[in-house]
Design a protein around this ligand. Structure first.
Ligand SMILES: [Zn+2]
Ligand SMILES: [Zn+2]
Length: 97
């Protein structure tokens, strides 16, 4: 399920609009530097790396690390705050899709 809405950063108080969450057939992962990776939900092929097409490797082949910056990937994360990079936010959902 993909979500979009307003996030209010608990660290600096900034409110920003963002989208996050898995899309049909693909799971969303984020690295520590907030690159967004989509991977095929059934066999783990990396489909998209921060808006660019994946290079055909799977999550296992990249060992769960971001192909761009080699920090650890995790699913179910909220977007980072664009000001302070914090990831602890109050969420005001505007919708799902
Ligand atoms: Zn912040
Ligand atoms: Zn990264």
């Amino acid at each position: 399920m993909a979500y979009f809405g307003n996030l209010t950063c608990r660290d600096c108080g900034l409110t920003f609009t963002a989208g996050w969450g898995s899309v049909a057939g693909a799971d969303e992962y984020r690295c520590e530097r907030d690159h967004v990776i989509y991977a095929d939900a059934s066999w783990g092929a990396v489909l998209e790396v921060d808006g660019a097409p994946g290079d055909g490797r799977t999550l296992a082949e990249v060992r769960g690390l971001c192909p761009l910056c080699s920090t650890e990937l995790a699913s179910g994360l909220l977007p980072c705050c664009p000001v302070c990079d914090g990831r602890d936010h109050d969420v005001l959902l505007a919708g799902t899709g």
